[in-house]
Design a protein. Structure first.
Length: 77
């Protein structure tokens, strides 16, 4: 009788890398951009087709698209 690992099946449903929202701060001349994350840290990401000040989605170190400009709230649970 063959057994299946339900944990591995579950993990296959979830993408490996998460998606984060960042603000483009500068475009570099080599196909990359500087982006500021919500915690204030600055990262270099692939993609330079977005203007400084735009909010974007970043996944696996690459800009995936424009993010909506929504208010951010924090709640203690």
């Amino acid at each position: 009788m063959a057994t299946t690992n339900i944990w591995q099946k579950f993990r296959a449903l979830i993408p490996e890398a998460g998606r984060v929202v960042a603000t483009i701060t500068a475009n570099n001349c080599n196909g990359t951009s500087q982006a500021m994350l919500r915690d204030g840290s600055v990262v270099t990401v692939k993609g330079d087709s977005f203007m400084p000040g735009e909010k974007v989605f970043i996944q696996e170190g690459e800009v995936k698209g424009v993010a909506p400009s929504l208010a951010q709230y924090e709640a203690d649970v």
